[in-house]
Design a protein around this ligand. Sequence first.
Ligand code: AMP
Ligand code: ZN
Length: 146
Amino acid sequence: SKGGIKMSDCLFCKIIDGSIPSLKVYEDEHVYAFMDIMPLTKGHTLLIPKTHCQDLFEMPEEVAANLYKVAPKIANAIKEAFNPIGMNTVNNNGAAAGQSVFHYHLHFIPRYDETDGLKVEWNSRQAEFPTEVIQSIAASIQENLK
Ligand code: AMP
Ligand code: ZN
């Protein structure tokens, strides 16, 4: 049991073990990649670690390394297949961030045009974060990386 749920109850663990069907595009010893069942765009793919981790916060470094090692390969395969004009890779951590399946997954969302289904709003709040505030924010993060 990890991340508050039994792995046997985890949807994506079941996809990895084959007890729930999926459209697989890639698999190796460490990772599994398959089509998102409700795609935002043509080619929307998910990449997941075979080791159950709820989210990025609880992902061991080695699991992260093995996962991201494959990311360029997946991105380039989608690019070759459909010739998108761009691609968003998205990872939601926590319900508040939009996570709905609590087994880490990296979305690959190829982009075709402004009406392709994904709208990323980026509302900058620069006025709330003057340089000295950003400096102290940086110090807080740095302190926790020691
Ligand atoms: P998130 O909201 O970041 O947790 O993303 C979860 C994603 O998993 C959504 O895009 C769903 O469409 C997708 N999803 C849920 N169930 C399945 C499934 N059985 N097979 C493939 N994708 C799924
Ligand atoms: Zn899982």
